[in-house]
Design a protein around this ligand. Sequence first.
Ligand SMILES: NC(=O)NC(NC(N)=O)C(=O)[O-]
Length: 406
Amino acid sequence: MAERRMARKACAEPDFLQFNDLGCETVGGKVIFATDEWFAPARNLLKREPPQFITSAFTEFGKWMDGWETRRKRTPGHDWCIIQLGVPGLIHGFDVDTSFFTGNHSPYISIQAGCLDQESPFTLEGDRTGMAASDSQMAAVAKLQPGYSDCCHNYFKVSFSRRVTHLRLNMHPDGGIARLRVYGVGLRDWSSVSTNQDVDLVALTNGGVCLGYSDAHFGHPRNMIGLGRAANMADGWETARRLDRPKKLQADQRGILQVPGWEWAVFRLGHPGLISSVEVDTNHFKGNFPDSCRIEACTLTPEEKAQCISSRWNSGKWRVLLPPQKLRPHHIHHYGKMELKLSHPVTHVRLIIAPDGGISRLRLWGRPIPFTATLASSRSTLIIFHLPANTLTPTSNDSPGHLSFE
Ligand SMILES: NC(=O)NC(NC(N)=O)C(=O)[O-]
């Protein structure tokens, strides 16, 4: 349902909502400390499903609320909690969702960030109010709108080019917030990964990101690169039914339908690499799996990527990685050396389904190829695979699902 709502409102929303939610409980996000959780626990902030309101629900502490809610403070100070991201990475924006907190929403917030592991460590800074200007400050103290349905999403675009593992969410002075969505791209420490080890190069945890798609009516394509198998259909990519499906159906010798239309989604790999096996999972899609799929791949320079974005990813550089394959319902399809056609490293892939339908997971197993080797094999001069944080270009209404960042 959340995805349906998102698809309809996509034109009015900021671009950064297309990135991955790095704090969500489904990718391992956790609240590790909160100053107060009297009315409702801070872990609710990271729930994947949209917040609910149940008029008749009360607990022994007060009104049941689907979010984090603290007591009305009668002493100096403010409430705050520490969030450990499920996927450390670069953050491009926040949605501080106050849904249903109408007389009890937190009036002001600030957010601080830290990197508390070995890679480029920096720590939370700032004074107890979170207002000190410091390296860790991502958003100055900001006013929140109450959680009425037309204004409950408080979006904050972020310019912060450092890897983040933890956040401190400060409420000034107290109150309630339903959800905190942390939009960004995972940044893995690739120095610990052997070039002889196969990894899922497109996984969200490895820094994969969806950069464009043709349709996300029921489910966003980024769901396909999430952890584990999909919980349900909403945890996969599902398009609307195409309206140009022919009345008379014709199939080729492999049983693949010959249809005029298709849907597509483009991903940038977390690291350039040589893909040696692919999994396409139609788990839960039983009456609405695509008839067939194919995968294309390429290595793009920043200039080529910009051209791809302006041509809706219809670049001449795409090469067939996986030729068209007939799909089955509710099934993991494995493709290996026999089916895969590319033997050089790539940076981007495009999954194409025909004519429409749902895929729950896409896994691209392969070896990360060192940067220089990728450059040599693609004969290009420069490849970006670490996203700069502060350069999102707004999308136009007639090209849904397109992100561009240089
Ligand atoms: N009706 C309320 O929501 N009251 C209080 N909050 C809860 N959850 O009971 C409050 O004012 O903070």
